[in-house]
Design a protein around this ligand. Structure first.
Ligand code: AMP
Ligand code: ZN
Length: 157
């Protein structure tokens, strides 16, 4: 199911560019354009559901798509934790009052740096990259980490 007016459906169909770190038949993951931290990833199921409550439980292909998205959230956090970040926050917003700006279900995986004293915060744009090369080097390291874990675990993909 796609929505031609949805920015994430357009990233999925390739009509809007993105810096991808993972892609399969069910899931895409790419760098957030306005990162809260460098290496901030969005994990997006390819089926267009507005919120987490809209995921149907009676359609096996939908369940599989949602399950794989959750798996890739975990793998992304794990990949970030293996040499890149000190910790991560997972954020998922449902509805405008919760801060959802893109009405296509997605999970933020936000790396955190700098030891144990950081307080979680949700400031968009706080993790701006110096330039495109720096952004791409984060994407490459994260994508390599995800690929290694997905291949070694052999559960999806
Ligand atoms: P939310 O507020 O949870 O709906 O998050 C939507 C996120 O999508 C925001 O963090 C935006 O920066 C991000 N975003 C919007 N458009 C794009 C895009 N074209 N490429 C990458 N990230 C985007
Ligand atoms: Zn969509």
């Amino acid at each position: 199911m796609k929505d031609a007016n949805c920015v994430f459906c357009r990233i999925i169909d390739g009509s809007i560019p993105s810096v991808k770190v993972y892609e399969s038949d069910n899931v895409i993951a790419f760098l957030d354009i306005n990162p809260m931290e460098k290496g901030h990833v969005l994990v997006v199921p390819k089926q267009h559901w507005r919120t987490i409550s809209d995921v149907p439980v009676d359609a096996p292909d939908a369940v599989r798509c949602a399950e794989e998205a959750m798996y890739i959230v975990r793998v992304t956090a794990k990949a970030l934790g293996e040499g890149l970040a000190d910790g991560t926050n997972i954020l998922q917003a449902n509805g405008a009052c919760a801060g959802q700006t893109v009405p296509h279900l997605h999970f933020h995986v936000i790396p955190r740096y700098g030891g144990e004293t950081l307080q979680p915060g949700w400031e968009s744009g706080a993790g701006k990259y110096k330039d495109d090369d720096e952004r791409d080097s984060y994407a490459t390291r994260i994508a390599d980490g995800i690929k290694k874990i997905v291949e070694s675990e052999g559960i999806f993909g």
